[in-house]
Structures are given as structure tokens and as C-alpha cells.
Design a protein around this ligand. Structure first.
Ligand code: PFF
Length: 528
């Protein structure tokens, strides 16, 4: 809270060209790798058709309310997480940076999975994996070393596309929000929908598709009594909607003053879940075909989730199918398109944070964030330990980093500064769908408690059983280490004094001057 904040001239903040640009980008962020490779397997192993019940409950009672909170804070305070949360209460900036660095950690490995997708789009054309996709994936392509060793040796087939992915996304981010992120989403998202629909239609006509769909949708009602199934549904919604760790907050901060926040959140939330269910239909039709060809039942098919589903099971299916190369290109290019728009949203959080705090241009922020991100990404995920590092970091940053940042964020909004009542009033003052009063205890108490239970269970499990087959030192460095790095970096960035005050492009001069006099956290009286 220093006076140095007003020492440099305010730099105009970018904004979306309109509500549609924002909506497309928000949907583009939500629809990502999680929809295609995570959801079908999670749903299948947590009750099949019955999973849709906890899943929809989680969407309506956790996903959408958290999305509303993200939108409210981002839009009201018009800043990236460090700036917006600092406006709530001085110390909130730390939580804002924590969200930002969680995004940083995610993006360095998320880019690697995109690089795999790029390479597999090419491999699909001639089924380069031959007749053993499992060995091809781990030994020929990733050249992965055993989990108890570590290697810095490059896996060139990953390094090269990974470098290209970074150049592309940094270029887009460097162009600024409307010319970069918005323009990219306007092309990539419709393209994704067209390609993916073509893929699903093709899959539905495969012999055996019905058996696959039956396996996917047949409800196992007993699963509803299992709390783990409910927790899996909450976790999936969180991951899939990208709520509670700065992404949607950042995107909403670039909205025009009069924007329909709650209605847009509903559209984004349901669009994401519809795509997710569509992905389940496509994936399980294809899996049904595979079972049919092998003369086995779907329950006997292995490898139905995570990297193995996309990079081993799908190649097997592609090889069996007439017109396989076209199906393969559709599948892997969809994966890449879905992932790119999510990766851009992760990058925009970090880039927006740097722009707000230091007054840098988008191009400069892209460079400052891009160099370390690319180097870390290549060294840790483009090398022969890449798959192991990715597996550990992904698990820890999601089950601890993302969840803890969402808990701290919700609690902060509930107890400090303007409180949830003011945020609800803000949402209702600009939106079509009105937020009911019950939203406040839901977001301020129920959701943080559920998330806390979820996180505590993961932590106890990790402390007692370790993670996977990796040695504990390895898990300590990459798993706990990735969370610790995010915490330390957040502390350092919080301690750096503000050189600049973010100002949005649509503010009048009077507003800019007014805001320069307004260094204090917002209070209840600030309600709109
Ligand atoms: N929601 C996106 C996805 O489903 O892939 C983006 C994303 C969310 C990426 C959370 C990574 C993550 F941890």
C-alpha cells in the first residue's frame, strides 16, 4: 500500500471487444485436455451413468457459484488476481500471486501434453506407432526412464514440438488480449467444435459403439452412496471449469462495465459440461468398437483414462479402423485445439499479473514470463524423465495447489473487505440472472469446507502412501516442491513494491484520477 503506486503514468488496460469474445474465451479456457482425456474415464470408473447426478449437482452447487465469485471479483476490481485481491485486503495480494504461480506451474507441463498432441497428429497420418502403441509411446516417443531414476537427456520428439508450442502461445499472448487471446479463440474454438462433432459422428457409426455407450451410461446406483464418487465429481468440475485459481477472475477483469456476468457464467458452465458429455460419447463409442473388434466386453478394456487413453488406447483404435488416419488427425488436432485455448488462459493470468504490477506491455510480459517458462518446460518435460515429472507435478498442483488457492480465495472474499453481500450486489446490478442470498453461505462456508475435506484426504493419503511408485525424495522435490515453489514465488512477488496502478481502457480520465486517490481497500460502503 505504498504511495509509489501512483508514481508512473497509468497504462491503459486492454479489454474484450465485446461479450461474445469473452464468452468464447471463457468456454475455450474451460474446454481443455480435462474434457477429453479426464472426464470419460472419471465418469466411467465412478458409477457410469449414475456419475452424472453428482456431476450435475457439483456443476450447479459448486462450479457455477464459484464461477460467479471469480467473475464478481475480477469484474468489480478490474485486475488480475494480485491486484484484485489486494483491493479486498492488503494481504490478499499474496493469495493472488499464489493463484498466479499455480497457473505458472500448470502451464509448464500442460504445454508438454500439447506438444505430444501435435506430434501424434502427425503420427496418425501413417499410424507411426506400428502394432505396439504402448511401447511406442513410452519407449520410442517419450524414451522415458524408470520412475526411480532421473534424466536430463532430451527426448527430441517432444522438445521440438514443445518449442513450437511455446513460440506460438507466447506470440499470441504478446499481441495483447483482444488481438491475441480473443482473436485466437474466435478461430480455434469453432474449429474445435466442428472437428470434434465430425469425430463423434464417425465414432457413433462404428460397429460396437452401442456397447461402448451402454457401458458408459449404464448407471451403477450403488456408487452414489460412496463419498469418493461425490468428491471425484467436485474435483472434475473444478478442474474442468478452471474455477477458483485466477483464470476466470482474470478473464472477467477485461469485461466492459455493463456485462451480463451471471448469465454468461451459466452459458459457459453448461457449454463446458455439454462438451464433456459429448467427449464421453465419442470416446466410449470408439472404445466399444475396440472391444467389439477384440471380441471382449468394454469392462475388459484397459487404459481408459489419462495419457494412456489418448496416447495408447486411441492409437490402437485408430489402427483398427477403416479410415483410421482421418479419425486420428481429428482426434489429436481436437486435443491440441482444446488445449491451446486453455493454455492461453493460464498464460494470460501470469501475463496480466505482470502487466498490472509492473506496467509492462503485453509483449514485454510475454517475454519475461516466456523465457523461464519455456526453459523450465523443456528441461523438466521435454527430457526423458518428462512423463514421470508431469505425473507427479500434475497430481500435487491439482490436489493441493488448485484446491488450496480456491479455499483461500473463497474464505478471503467471505471474511475480508467488501464481503460476499457486496459482491452479490455487484453481480445483480449488472446481470440478467439474479444471484440468490443462499449463494453467500454456499460460497463462504459450504464450498470451502467440502474443498478442505477433499484436500485433507489427498494430503493424508500422500503422506501415508506416497505417490505412485516413485521414491519419496523424487516426490518431495517435484510434488511438494512444486507447491513450495509457488508459495515462495508468491511471497517474493508480494514483497516487491507496486510501481504502477492498473487502469482499464474504458475508464475516463476522471476515473483514473479518482482511482489514483483511492489506495485503501474497498469497504462495505462501496457496494454498487
Ligand atoms: N479446464 C481446462 C482443462 O480442463 O483442461 C484447463 C485446465 C484446468 C488446465 C486445470 C489445467 C488445470 F489444472
Amino acid at each position: 500500500m505504498s504511495s509509489s503506486a501512483s508514481s508512473s503514468a497509468p497504462r491503459a488496460r486492454d479489454s474484450w471487444s465485446g461479450q461474445t469474445g469473452f464468452l468464447l474465451a471463457a468456454i475455450g479456457s474451460a474446454i481443455g485436455l480435462g474434457n477429453i482425456w479426464r472426464f470419460p474415464g472419471v465418469a466411467y470408473s465412478n458409477g457410469g451413468g449414475a456419475f452424472l447426478i453428482p456431476y450435475l449437482v457439483a456443476l450447479v452447487f459448486v462450479g457455477i457459484p464459484m464461477l460467479w465469485l471469480d467473475y464478481a471479483v475480477g469484474h468489480k476490481f478490474r485486475g488480475s488476481p494480485p491486484w484484485a485481491l489486494r483491493k479486498i485486503i492488503g494481504g490478499g495480494e499474496f493469495i493472488g500471486w499464489f493463484q498466479t504461480f499455480v497457473c505458472f506451474v500448470i502451464m509448464v507441463y500442460y504445454g508438454a501434453v500439447l506438444a505430444w498432441g501435435v506430434q501424434y497428429t502427425i503420427y496418425s497420418m501413417n499410424a507411426a506407432w506400428g502394432d505396439d502403441p504402448t511401447t511406442f509411446f513410452t519407449e520410442t516417443f517419450l524414451q522415458v526412464v524408470p520412475g526411480d531414476t532421473f534424466s536430463w537427456a532430451p527426448a527430441w520428439a517432444v522438445m521440438i514440438p514443445l518449442t513450437l508450442v511455446w513460440i506460438l502461445v507466447l506470440f499470441v499472448i504478446g499481441r495483447g488480449l483482444s488481438k491475441g487471446v480473443e482473436a485466437a479463440n474466435k478461430v480455434f474454438l469453432p474449429l474445435l467444435v466442428i472437428l470434434f462433432l465430425a469425430l463423434v459422428v464417425r465414432a457413433l457409426f462404428l460397429p460396437g459403439a452401442t456397447e461402448g455407450l451402454n457401458a458408459f451410461f449404464t448407471p451403477n446406483w450403488a456408487a452414489l452412496a460412496d463419498p469418493k464418487v461425490w468428491l471425484a465429481a467436485f474435483a472434475q468440475i473444478f478442474y474442468s471449469l478452471s474455477v477458483g485459481f485466477g483464470i476466470m477472475l482474470t478473464y472477467a477483469s477485461y469485461l466492459q462495465r455493463r456485462s451480463n456476468l451471471t448469465g454468461t457464467a451459466l452459458v459457459a458452465g453448461f457449454a463446458n459440461s455439454s462438451f464433456e458429455i459429448l467427449a464421453g460419447i465419442g470416446v466410449f463409442s470408439a472404445v466399444g468398437f475396440m472391444a467389439h473388434q477384440g471380441g471382449v466386453s468394454v469392462s475388459e478394456v484397459e487404459g481408459l483414462s489419462g495419457p494412456i487413453l489418448s496416447f495408447v488406447t486411441f492409437p490402437k483404435i485408430i489402427s483398427m479402423m477403416p479410415g483410421g488416419p482421418i479419425f486420428g488427425v481429428l482426434f489429436f488436432s481436437s486435443l491440441v485445439l482444446a488445449g491451446v485455448t486453455s493454455l492461453l488462459s493460464l498464460l494470460q493470468v501470469v501475463s496480466g499479473g505482470l502487466q498490472d504490477k509492473f506496467g509492462w506491455s503485453p509483449a514485454r510480459s510475454a517475454l519475461v514470463l516466456g523465457v523461464p517458462a519455456t526453459v523450465i518446460s523443456l528441461l523438466l518435460f521435454g527430457t526423458r524423465s518428462g512423463l514421470n515429472n508431469l505425473d507427479i507435478v500434475d497430481n500435487f498442483i491439482n490436489s493441493i495447489g488448485v484446491v488450496s488457492s480456491a479455499i483461500m480465495f473463497a474464505v478471503l472474499c467471505a471474511v475480508a473487505g467488501p464481503r460476499l453481500g457486496v459482491l452479490r450486489a455487484h453481480l445483480n446490478s449488472v446481470s440478467s440472472v439474479k444471484v440468490p442470498r443462499a449463494w453467500e453461505p454456499l460460497v463462504g462456508i459450504v464450498i470451502p469446507v467440502v474443498l478442505f475435506i477433499m484436500m485433507a484426504m489427498s494430503i493424508v493419503d500422500l503422506l501415508t502412501n506416497g505417490y505412485g511408485k516413485y521414491p519419496s525424495g523424487y516426490v518431495l522435490i517435484f510434488g511438494w516442491g512444486s507447491v513450495a515453489v509457488a508459495l515462495i514465488a508468491s511471497l517474493v512477488f508480494t514483497l516487491i513494491p507496486w510501481k504502477h496502478r492498473p487502469v482499464d481502457a474504458r475508464a475516463t480520465v476522471a476515473e483514473i484520477l479518482d482511482r489514483d486517490n483511492d489506495e485503501t481497500p474497498v469497504t462495505e460502503g462501496d457496494a454498487q
